[in-house]
Design a protein around this ligand. Structure first.
Ligand SMILES: Nc1ncnc2c1ncn2[C@@H]1O[C@H](COP(=O)(O)OP(=O)(O)OP(=O)(O)O)[C@@H](O)[C@H]1O
Ligand SMILES: [Mg+2]
Length: 365
């Protein structure tokens, strides 16, 4: 099936009648502000998904390429609003899912990052600072580095001032603060594509349902069947780590399968790990975890329920809970990178780790 998906020809004529693509393709497109921004730049209406796939689809996540059947389908008129004012810029011929503003970039030999002005983007993703949440790049950098120290596979990362990124569109260079650069795991150094699919795609759900209909146990069940014990253990470690640092936003699109050999699935390296509670203190987990969405601790009952639903044994999972707590406390203590965080965010993460550790390890069995 993957081979068939590698080159998919999208019929733009059909798109004129049906604006929303099927869940698999809809999930390849950006959401929210990122979608609006790219749609304006590309001269495409944000809700016309087939045109967006055409305009932004040269560099989709994973190993999927979408091409129009009709070579004339690039006419402005067919794009559905046709003012042509912001005709598609080559720098925007890429699309990554998600909400936060981001670009695909190339790492130069000098160590600098450049958003290419021509052709397809590179093998790094640059996530720009958020207007809404202060120090979000610093937060994600610290969380991802910490995850690496806890034994969770993470891509290479760089934290750098926005001014040091070459080739950003003019209106963006006004942005102040730090950006986060993350090496793409769906691209090889020679530019070849590695297929990935997120769990909204796995479950055939539209992006708007990324907080609904499935639980962490459902993800674990798929991993057990498709990718085996290593993937389940890794998943568990990330879930416990997220509760520990106060990352409530692990929805279905923040977990992906990767196909390194083109056919055998594994859990992809981690992405989008950051402490969300400092910004939204009363937030609850994105998906159900053993029957609840509480993020202040993990009970044995929760693990029992998750294991039951996923068809897994309880005790190895509980050992991972204990081990991840110990490792995270240790890694956080010696984590010099946390100095880049504003004091309030650092204190909030510190408090969350302590709270979760004490409630989990002292709770009823
Ligand atoms: N290192 C990576 N390599 C390849 N693809 C990635 C990588 N990091 C993220 N992605 C892809 O890009 C998408 C968006 O990235 P990410 O989740 O980090 O951004 P976001 O905009 O913060 O998302 P959210 O909407 O969850 O806030 C992910 O869903 C995933 O498909
Ligand atoms: Mg995300």
């Amino acid at each position: 099936m993957l081979a068939a998906l590698r080159k998919l020809y999208v019929a733009c004529e059909i798109a004129m009648a049906v604006e929303t693509a099927r869940p698999f393709f809809s999930n390849l497109l950006p959401e929210g502000h990122l979608r609006d921004y790219l749609a304006v730049r590309a001269g495409v209406k944000p809700d016309r998904e087939f045109f967006l796939l055409h305009a932004l689809g040269a560099d989709l996540p994973g190993a999927v390429t979408t091409l129009p059947i009709d070579a004339d389908a690039g006419d402005d008129e067919q794009h559905g609003h046709g003012d042509g004012e912001h005709r598609e810029s080559p720098a925007l011929r890429f699309s990554l899912a998600g909400v936060q503003l981001k670009f695909s970039a190339v790492l130069e030999a000098t160590g600098g990052l450049t958003v290419p002005a021509n052709g397809i983007g590179g093998s790094w993703i640059v996530k720009l600072p958020s207007m809404r949440f202060p120090a979000v790049a610093e937060n994600e950098f610290v969380a991802m580095e910490l995850a690496g120290r806890v034994g969770i596979p993470v891509p290479r990362l760089k934290l750098l001032p926005v001014q040091e990124i070459a080739g950003l569109p003019a209106e963006i260079t006004d942005l102040k603060g730090k950006a986060l650069a993350v090496e793409r795991f769906d691209r090889l150094p020679d530019g070849r594509r590695v297929h990935i699919e997120d769990f909204a795609q796995v479950f055939g759900l539209f992006p708007g349902r990324k907080y609904e209909r499935r639980s962490y146990a459902n993800i674990a069940a798929v991993l057990w069947v498709e990718a085996g014990e290593v993937a389940v253990n890794d998943f568990m470690r990330r879930l416990v780590f997220s509760v520990l640092i106060g990352n409530a936003d692990m929805h279905l699109k923040n977990w992906s399968l990767i196909y390194p050999d083109g056919r055998t699935p594994a859990l992809s390296p981690a992405y989008d790990l950051l402490a969300t509670l400092p910004y939204l203190p009363s937030d609850r987990l994105a998906l159900g975890f053993g029957g609840g969405k509480d993020i202040s601790g993990i009970s044995q009952e929760q693990i029992r329920r998750l294991a039951d639903t996923a068809g897994l044994a309880v005790s190895p999972l509980w050992r991972i809970v204990e081990e991840t707590i110990e490792r995270t406390i240790e890694a956080w203590r010696g984590h010099d990178a946390k100095e880049v965080l504003p004091i309030d965010i650092r204190t909030a993460i510190d408090g969350q780790i302590r709270k979760v550790a004490s409630r989990t390890l002292s709770g009823p069995t």
